[in-house]
Ligand binder design. Sequence first.
Ligand SMILES: NC(=O)c1ccc[n+]([C@@H]2O[C@H](COP(=O)([O-])OP(=O)(O)OC[C@H]3O[C@@H](n4cnc5c(N)ncnc54)[C@H](O)[C@@H]3O)[C@@H](O)[C@H]2O)c1
Length: 402
Amino acid sequence: MAQSIIILGGDGFCGWPTSLGFSQAGYDVTIVDNLSRRKIDVDLEASSLTPIQPISKRIRAWKELTGKQIEFVNLDVSKQYNKLLSVIKNAAPKAIVHFAEQRAAPYSMKSPFHKRYTVDNNINATHNVLCAIVESGLDIHLAHLGTMGVYGYGTAGMAIPEGYLNVKVEKRPGESVDLEILYPANPGSIYHMTKTLDALLFYYYNKNDGVRITDLHQGIVWGTNTPETLQHEALVNRFDYDGDYGTVLNRFLMQAAVGHPITVHGVGGQTRAFIHIRDTVNCIKLAVTNPPKQGERVQIFNQATETHTVRDLAKLVSKLTGAQVRYYRNPRKEDPENALQVKNDKLLAMGLNPIRLSEGLLTEVLEIAKKYGDRCDTSRIVSTSTWNKSIEPDFSGSPDPV
Ligand SMILES: NC(=O)c1ccc[n+]([C@@H]2O[C@H](COP(=O)([O-])OP(=O)(O)OC[C@H]3O[C@@H](n4cnc5c(N)ncnc54)[C@H](O)[C@@H]3O)[C@@H](O)[C@H]2O)c1
């Protein structure tokens, strides 16, 4: 019999290709999503560069192509607890993949409303899922998407470990004790803060109720399509390019494709971890097929395949396309330069064969951006959300680092 899986947030950028990936692999997939991301697009007067289809049309196209049925339930995970519980009981899934959070740092910093929405939505969604798993009485593995940003991107010079850190603490002079602690959180935005709070909820529900949990600390996702979304135009994945939701490498490629300067913040010395969308799907499949054992602590994997500085990515895209690089005052409160090394041994040991940045894959994204370039509203490209009142947005940038 096919195994059942629930994908919370399965209409989103990572959730849609993941839902198709599991359906293709033979799982009975139920997508739970309140379509809030589509509503936020309306509020922001922005939209996906790619013409994403309504969820019912997406699911119908998949059924027509493959004969595989994906169920869809429209509910707010952060508010509709009883409905969530009955979906979980009915589907009795092997695993729940949890993408259903407000995921943009700039959006979370826009105003008190956006800060409060992000905290209310993300923390209540995560808590409701955990509480419902316990109340269902079912043994369900929860795989959650966290972010590499929970650690603030700085280290004491070593590679960021996968969740836990061994420390030596002085008990009394001359006597020390070895401890293992959660790697210290250091969130850089309200959004990142919600992910660090999620980690404590996982720690507690695992300790108290034995819920089996994998927290995937994901890098910045780039790319758009996967083998499944490429099968039909109606399955096309979301491509965010606006100043709130667009992620750095996809933004640079899209900017080059539509003739907009590449928007580097500050000097571009920020080093970040990256992963291609196809590897997002691959990693989640690996996490779901390798759950922690009963009684095991929360598994934490770094779901990232490489690190780059923003400046280097800008130069790479500029070299590939001839696009001009422009430097904008950094709207964020962050170090202008940082080094970052990330351990990803656990997913590699499970068989991940990383897809790395290559000219071929960059060109694939460029082609998509060119194909749908006429859908771009260039007034939405520059990031206007700033981290505090002392930072003024910069709409024009400069040819030299600022
Ligand atoms: N995209 C990235 O680069 C990236 C990087 C690291 C981590 N992540 C994490 O992966 C997850 C998915 O990211 P994404 O890029 O697919 O985001 P997304 O906004 O495209 O998708 C999230 C989906 O969840 C839904 N959702 C949000 N709140 C909900 C709620 N209360 N009830 C029901 N549905 C709800 C939205 O409608 C949307 O379809 C997020 O948790 C994010 O933090 C993403």
